[in-house]
Write a protein that binds this ligand. Structure first.
Ligand code: UT7
Length: 323
């Protein structure tokens, strides 16, 4: 059975650090409120002129270096983003050009904060059907560009960043001891549009628009939907949640991570959290957390990882993979 194994991962954070205290200078908020309600202490913002493709390119370059392969060895780039440089073309094609990759295909996936999990599912299916041998999967967003700075309920939550993994086809036995992606489970429910959306776009207002969120409602759905998609992925792979070594969640709110851990009986020490220093980086948050846990030695070869996310749409899902 063909499996998609991870050859390497990489990430990039813009240099500019914005602390809660920095935000409090211009927004009616406080370090105490943000810290206790979300777990966020600071986040990174892209510099003026720095674009999503710049972040995505740097993360992609780092992932290729970690995988020790060149861009010409890649057959497919799938980039998850909600904040493309331009309405078209895809950020993935901009990264393709900058990497010097002149073959294969590159396109974007739009599933907002769950984009990386969706992009991983797309690339995994291309690999498992034998269509491509190696894929670069990127999650990159400049969420700071979608903020309404007069809306304190949203503008304190988000940050910018990018993360990426290189996937390659490998022969597995077809059971849960295989390396690589063991299962993905993705879902969406378009009826939830009004709870989380951007109030602009090329075919409506002709503007970029700002992010709008009914936070409390999103919070309520997040814990339940994410937990059930994690259970669906575990069931599809034939493993128990208790077998998982590391949970690599989308970073929206520390209280959501704690709620899911409690609901599924997960030891909090197994949950990778980057919220404090990065905030919510949308499609970048899962690969940023993954790369952090690999870099500091927590994730070791053979470990079982459960990735999950929920975002606008709603779109949500989980992916189970053995490192
Ligand atoms: O990544 C996509 C998925 N997104 C999520 O999963 C986000 C899910 N939602 C959340 O994380 C939380 O709902 C928030 C962090 C957005 C909000 O936390 P909350 O505990 O649900 O707060 P709330 O919206 O119920 O607001 C509580 C109070 C309100 O004041 P009153 O009405 O009680 O007087 C707000 O006006 O906190 C006030 N408030 C703030 N105060 C200081 C809201 N935002 C702020 C702020 N600073 N930034």
């Amino acid at each position: 059975m063909i499996r998609s194994i991870v050859l390497g991962s990489g990430s990039y954070l813009p240099e500019k650090i914005v602390t809660n205290a920095d935000l409090s200078a211009t927004v009616d908020t406080s370090d105490e409120w943000i810290r206790t309600r979300t777990g966020i202490c600071e986040r990174r913002f892209a510099a003026e002129g720095e674009k999503t493709s710049d972040l995505a390119f740097r993360a992609a370059r780092a992932a290729l270096d970690a995988a020790r392969i060149g861009a010409q060895d890649i057959d497919l780039i799938v980039c998850a983003t909600t904040t493309p440089d331009e309405t078209f073309p895809a950020v993935a094609t901009m990264v393709q050009a900058r990497l010097g990759m002149t073959r294969g295909a590159a396109f974007d996936v739009q599933a907002v904060c769950s984009g990386f999990v969706f992009a991983l599912a797309v690339a995994d299916n291309f690999i498992r059907t034998g269509t491509v041998k190696r894929a670069l999967v990127i999650g990159a967003d400049c969420m700071s560009r979608l903020m309404d700075w007069n809306d304190r309920t949203t503008c304190v939550l988000f940050g910018d960043g990018a993360g990426a993994v290189v996937l390659a086809a490998d022969e597995g036995a077809g059971d849960s001891r295989d390396r690589g992606i063991l299962a993905t489970a993705i879902f969406s429910d378009g009826r939830m549009h009004d709870l989380l959306y951007v109030d602009g776009g090329p075919s409506s207002t002709g503007t970029t628009g700002h992010l709008r969120m009914q936070g409390k409602e999103v919070f309520r759905h997040a814990v339940n939907n994410i937990a059930s998609s994690m259970e669906a992925a575990a069931k599809a792979a034939g493993v128990a949640i208790s077998d998982v070594d590391w949970f690599v969640p989308h970073q929206a709110n520390q209280r959501i991570l704690d709620g899911i851990a409690k609901k599924l009986g997960i030891d909090e020490a197994k949950v990778v959290s980057t919220l404090a220093l990065q905030g919510n980086t949308s499609a970048a948050s899962v690969p940023l957390a993954l790369t952090a846990a690999v870099a500091d030695g927590r994730v070791k070869p053979g470990d079982l990882l459960l990735l999950e996310a929920l975002g606008g749409g709603f779109a949500w899902g989980a992916a189970l993979l053995r490192w």
